[in-house]
Design a protein around this ligand. Structure first.
Ligand SMILES: NC(=O)c1ccc[n+]([C@@H]2O[C@H](COP(=O)([O-])OP(=O)(O)OC[C@H]3O[C@@H](n4cnc5c(N)ncnc54)[C@H](OP(=O)(O)O)[C@@H]3O)[C@@H](O)[C@H]2O)c1
Length: 251
C-alpha cells in the first residue's frame, strides 16, 4: 500500500533505539525524509547510515534532549531545511525503573523525571512543531503512549499518569487543529519486544496475551505509518492499542 507520504518530512523522536528506530525505518521505506532525534548521537548516526544505504532515504540527525527547548528549536530548524516538517512522531523515554506501586513512589525525583520525560518533552514538541504544521495546512501528529492508558497495569503508575496526560493533550489538540488539515492520534504499545524489556521474564505476560506472542517494533511502526498516511485523513483524536489484544476492555 502506498501511504502517499513520499517526500514528506517526518520528525521521529526517541529514534536511537527500539520503537523510534523502527518507526523511522518505516518512514524511510515509504520514501519520506526523516529527521532522527534522541540524545545518543552515535546511535542516531549509525541508524541514519543504515536507512540511507537500505532505502536511499534522505535522513538527518539531531542529537538532543526533548526536555530542552533549545534542542527542540534546533530540531525544528533542521526539519525546516527540507521545507518541513509535515509529520511529528512523539516517542519518549521510559518511566523510571524499577516500576513501583504508587504508595512506594516516595522519591520526588522519580515523579519529576517521569513527568519531564514522558509529558513535558511532548508539550515542548507540540508547542514548537504543531504551529508549523498548521501554517502549512497539512500535518500528522502521532504520539507513542502505552496500553496502560487503556488498562493500567500493576506498578505502571508513573507510566499511566503522564501518558494519560499526553493522551489528554493530544485529544484537545485534535479538536483545535482538525480544520487546519492536521490530524492528531496516539498509538498505545503493549508487550512489543525491544531491548528496553531487559531481562524481564515475559512468559506469564505472553501466556495471557490473546495472540500468544510479543509484538515486533515493525508492527507498532505500521500503525504509526497508517496514522501518518493520506488515507487516514478522517481519523483524528483516536488512541489505538497495538498490544496483541492485551487490553481487556471493549473499547
Ligand atoms: N516496548 C513496549 O512494549 C512499550 C510498551 C509501552 C510503552 N512503551 C513506551 O514506548 C517508548 C519507546 O519504547 P522502547 O521500547 O523503544 O524504549 P527505548 O528503546 O528505551 O527507547 C526510548 C527512546 O527515547 C530516547 N530518549 C529517552 N529520553 C530522552 C530524552 N530526554 N530526550 C530525547 N530522547 C530521549 C532514547 O534515546 P537516547 O537515550 O539516545 O536519548 C530512545 O531512543 C517508551 O516511552 C516506552 O516506555 C513501550
Amino acid at each position: 500500500m502506498d501511504f502517499g507520504i513520499k517526500g514528506k518530512t517526518a520528525i521521529v523522536t526517541g529514534a536511537s533505539s527500539g520503537l523510534g528506530k523502527a518507526i523511522a525505518e518505516g518512514f524511510a521505506a515509504e520514501g519520506a525524509n526523516v529527521v532522527l532525534f534522541a540524545r545518543r548521537a552515535q546511535l542516531l548516526e549509525a541508524n541514519a547510515r543504515e536507512l540511507q544505504e537500505k532505502y536511499a532515504a534522505k535522513v538527518r540527525v539531531v542529537a538532543g534532549d526533548m526536555r530542552n527547548k533549545s534542542d527542540i528549536g534546533r530540531l525544528s530548524a533542521v526539519a525546516g531545511e527540507w521545507g518541513g516538517p509535515d509529520i511529528l512522531v512523539i516517542n519518549t523515554g521510559r518511566p523510571p525503573v524499577p516500576m513501583r506501586a504508587i504508595l512506594d513512589e516516595s522519591e520526588d525525583e522519580r515523579w519529576q523525571a517521569a513527568y519531564e520525560t514522558q509529558l513535558w518533552g511532548a508539550v515542548l514538541l507540540v508547542r514548537e512543531i504543531v504551529p508549523r504544521l498548521v501554517e502549512r495546512g497539512w500535518g500528522r501528529v502521532i504520539a507513542v503512549t502505552s496500553a496502560s492508558v487503556k488498562q493500567p497495569m500493576p506498578h505502571h503508575g508513573l507510566s499511566t499518569i503522564f501518558r494519560a496526560g499526553v493522551t489528554g493533550m493530544l485529544k484537545h489538540l485534535a479538536n483545535e487543529v482538525g480544520t487546519k488539515g492536521v490530524t492528531v492520534n496516539t498509538v498505545c504499545p503493549g508487550s512489543i519486544a525491544t531491548a528496553s524489556m531487559g531481562n524481564y521474564d515475559m512468559t506469564e505476560r505472553i501466556r495471557r496475551l490473546p495472540v500468544g506472542r510479543l509484538g515486533t517494533p515493525a508492527e507498532l511502526a505500521s500503525a504509526v505509518l497508517y496514522f501518518a498516511s493520506q488515507q487516514a485523513g478522517f481519523i483524528t483524536g483516536a488512541s489505538l492499542q497495538v498490544d496483541g489484544g492485551g487490553v481487556g476492555s471493549l473499547y
